[in-house]
Ligand binder design. Structure first.
Ligand code: UD1
Length: 433
């Protein structure tokens, strides 16, 4: 079976809140690791098998693009197989490109494989401008010639050659794109000021499993020695640290006790630190964690989102829900994306007391949130509202669930497994309007 057939843009999540979450849950594979790995599978000459791939809309869009350019790709349960040899086109259609920003990951692998790639600007998005200048500058340094005409980008390279590339900002996507282009380039590439996220380490391991020579991922200098060809491989993606984090915050916000399996506590150090400061109990094993809370959380004076290993922007909204229920005043500063406070207005509609000034949110904790109709404006904002609904008194309806489906495999089933009263319903007023 492929995709997530239950997903419909008209869906709502209906949550009866106020029950402590309790039980054990297994965390699915990481979307942000699987997406570049799927793109990198294009570099192999043989069949690639990727395990622990979540069933998410973004993953299906990536598979659709791979099929559109000629690859065979199947997604059965959590295993994806890609036969990249059959790919014939290096042109990504605008309609597919616009569906997902991560389609930009195909630029490096297509350029390395075909010597040219034609695609379109991924466009703006709800959380901010999200430029791709660092991707383009990195590929240019490797020898690519880039022409932009309106939203169309044409990238060509007779030959890619290793280079030293200095990133002004540790962009996750740019680091990954450059790594994927450089593995088949001639000579050595160094990426200085590289992003250090666990997903970059996962990409390095995947590329090396195909026969590449990449080292240094996890530090800010990545070295790639070009090889002449890459073979197929069998690889398992890391667990999703943002899904783990979302469940941890939900356990704390509902004052429950949840055990997470197939998780990587070492990828969540900054969140664990923040939650412990809020008074949350966390027991850590190798790939397991128990998270519990009995009382009202404590305010956390200041949390600042920053590139890994600092506090992740992708957990800012969820943790804000917890702080909205805390005893005291907390400050959350967002430094990665400029438009990432859209959940604040919705949380305030549920009774939260939060004021935003530029990229700072001042959160005065309240004892209780109250259910109402709210809108998921983007993926992580949506997750924050689901947590708020689980913790709130009364009934919460979260609209625009398709945003949440981009990053969580059937979030309602995930939370039902640990006692959440949450169902997916078709929005009847929209169906008939
Ligand atoms: C990835 C993650 C996303 C996460 C983000 C930051 C994936 C699929 N997505 O996104 O979930 O929120 O990292 O941890 O892995 N920038 C530029 N020029 C560029 C590239 C980026 O100015 O060429 C800026 C962006 O506008 C943004 C910041 O850098 O303000 C971070 O972007 P980046 O690290 O590239 O994030 P993504 O790879 O898009």
């Amino acid at each position: 079976m492929s995709g997530n057939p239950e997903v419909n843009p008209l869906d709502n999540l209906v949550i009866e809140g106020g029950r402590p979450l309790s039980g054990t849950i297994r965390i699915h594979g990481a979307k942000n690791a699987a997406l570049p790995i799927l793109a990198a599978s294009l570099l192999a000459e043989g069949k690639v098998t990727i395990r622990n791939v979540p069933r998410l809309l973004d993953i299906e869009v990536m598979l659709d693009i791979l099929r559109d350019i000629g690859c065979q790709a199947r997604h059965q349960d959590s295993v994806v197989t890609v036969e990249p040899a059959a790919a014939t086109s290096s042109h990504i259609p605008e309609t597919l490109m616009r569906k997902m920003r991560s389609s930009v990951f195909l630029m490096g692998p297509l350029l390395a494989r075909f010597g040219e790639v034609q695609l379109y600007q991924p466009g703006g998005c709800a959380i901010g401008e999200r430029k791709i200048d660092l991707h383009l500058r990195g590929l240019t340094a490797l020898g690519a010639n880039i022409r932009e005409k309106g939203s169309r980008i044409v990238c060509t390279a007779r030959k890619l050659s290793g280079a030293e590339i200095i990133l002004d900002f540790p962009s996750v996507g740019a680091t990954e794109n450059i790594m994927m282009a450089a593995v088949l380039a001639q000579g050595r590439t160094s990426i200085v000021g590289a992003a250090r996220e666990p997903e970059i380490q996962d990409l390095q391991q995947f590329l090396n499993a195909m026969g590449a020579k990449v080292s240094g991922a996890g530090t800010d200098i990545i070295t790639i020695d070009g090889v002449s060809s890459l073979s197929g491989c069998d690889y398992e993606v890391i667990p999703d640290r943002i899904v783990s984090g979302t469940v941890m915050v939900a356990a704390a916000a509902t004052r429950g006790e949840v055990t997470l399996e197939n998780t990587r506590p070492d990828h969540l150090t900054s969140l664990i630190h923040a939650l412990r400061r809020a008074g949350v109990q966390i027991d850590i094993g190798n790939d397991i964690m128990k998270v519990g809370s009995t009382g009202r959380p404590k305010a956390v004076e200041r949390i600042v989102t920053s590139p890994y290993p600092a506090f992740p922007t992708d957990l800012q909204a969820q943790v804000m829900t917890l702080l909205a229920l805390s005893d005291g005043v907390s400050i959350m500063k967002e430094t990665i994306f400029e438009g990432r406070f859209k959940h604040v207005e919705e949380l305030c509609r549920m009774g939260a007391d939060i004021r935003v000034d530029l990229n700072n949110a001042f959160i005065r904790g309240v004892p209780q949130l109250y259910g109402t109709n709210v809108e998921a404006t983007d993926l992580r904002a949506g997750a924050a509202l689901v947590i708020a609904g689980l913790a709130a008194q009364g009934r919460t309806v979260v609209e625009q669930v398709h945003h949440i489906d981009r990053g969580y495999d059937r979030i309602e089933e995930m939370f039902r497994q640990i006692g959440g009263n949450i169902v997916r319903e078709r929005n009847a007023s929209k169906v008939f309007s």
